[in-house]
Design a protein around this ligand. Structure first.
Ligand code: FAD
Length: 282
């Protein structure tokens, strides 16, 4: 059966922290395969909060945690120190990313691409399981799918044991991408990252990136309910459920829900289709 997992982000306020604690207490009851914790390249001591929340997930919630690590903003010393802390907390999974280019943030220049950090961890810390990111509609900086897949293959061959996709709203893009990966010899599980779009602000942000195709069906939902927040939320949740049912039916390796730290939306999805998934943690 397929696995269900969640993504949360470290909050930047006391209120946000209390909210996340409640969210984690709820998510734990849904027995996910793992919970991943993002690492914002906006903050100075960037991995500290990621490590703290990953510890909470692993040791308070007893759910396997995956800590995100953005390569551009970490030196080898930073990585050594973060991995040492994760080991103390029994966290042995990381999601290695390059990180987005941010002009105001100092790059450390030890790792240029995510694959460089994958390689470093795989060689020096073989006890860590490494996940990588991938893009069914290609990364915005890639010239074409050929380059995208060539670089992805390098990253996987450097030591990733699974991939999680960028969000997508049209499952056909996932299926096409999965097929191309198979042809290219990328044989690790490709977990589908699904984000329920539940308000106009979120929808606008995603549309603005231009990197996610918005199918006519979703566009109609947005047009019809943009001024009706409750209806838009319900329709957005049902849209995500519809995507997930189709993906699971077509043997997706796993579903990773971008929760935005919102337990309620996640619970609604789980209530409707929880039986489709394997439960892992106690
Ligand atoms: P890479 O794999 O390095 O790829 C980035 C670009 O470089 C691609 O165009 C690729 O084709 C190209 N490339 C790769 N290798 C080479 C090479 N050898 N030569 C030339 N070109 C190459 N960001 C955060 O800051 N914090 C997070 O917690 C976070 N979590 C994420 C979780 C998921 C599931 C996803 C999908 C993204 C996340 N991101 C996060 C965003 C991510 O950091 C950005 O999308 C970033 O721009 C690319 O990261 P990557 O790891 O895919 O990079």
């Amino acid at each position: 059966m397929t696995n269900l997992s969640y993504e949360v982000f470290p909050p930047n306020s006391t209120v946000g922290n209390e909210h996340l604690c409640q969210t984690l207490a709820t998510l734990k009851k849904l027995q996910p395969a793992f919970i991943s914790v993002t690492c914002s390249s906006k903050t100075a001591n960037l991995a500290q909060e990621t490590v703290r929340i990953a510890d909470k997930v692993q040791n308070d919630c007893h759910v396997p945690a995956i800590a995100h690590l953005p390569a551009l903003y970490l030196s080898k010393d930073d990585v050594d120190s973060i991995l040492a802390k994760l080991k103390v907390h029994n966290v042995n999974r990381v999601l290695v990313l390059r990180g987005d280019e941010r002009p105001n943030l100092e790059k450390k220049n030890d790792f240029r691409h995510a694959s460089d950090l994958v390689d470093y961890i795989h060689i020096n810390y073989p006890e860590f399981k490494i996940t990588g990111a991938c893009y069914p509609e290609i990364h915005p900086e890639s010239k074409n799918m050929v380059d995208e897949i060539a670089h992805l293959k390098l990253k996987v061959d450097a030591g990733c044991d699974q991939l999680i996709t960028q969000l997508f709203l049209d499952n056909r893009n996932y299926y096409r991408f999965r097929e191309i990966c198979t042809i290219a010899g990328i044989n690790v599980p490709i977990i589908a990252g699904i984000m329920p779009i539940i308000n106009v602000r979120q929808a606008t942000r995603i549309l603005k990136t231009g990197s996610v195709t918005v199918p006519a069906k979703f566009q109609s939902i947005l047009s019809k309910y943009k001024d009706k927040p409750v209806a838009l939320k319900q329709a957005g949740i049902i849209y995500a459920i519809d995507q997930i049912v189709d993906l699971v039916t077509n043997d997706v390796a796993g579903i990773h829900l971008y929760t935005m730290n919102q337990a309620e939306t996640t619970c609604q999805i789980h209530r409707n289709i929880g039986a489709l998934f394997e439960t892992k943690s106690a």
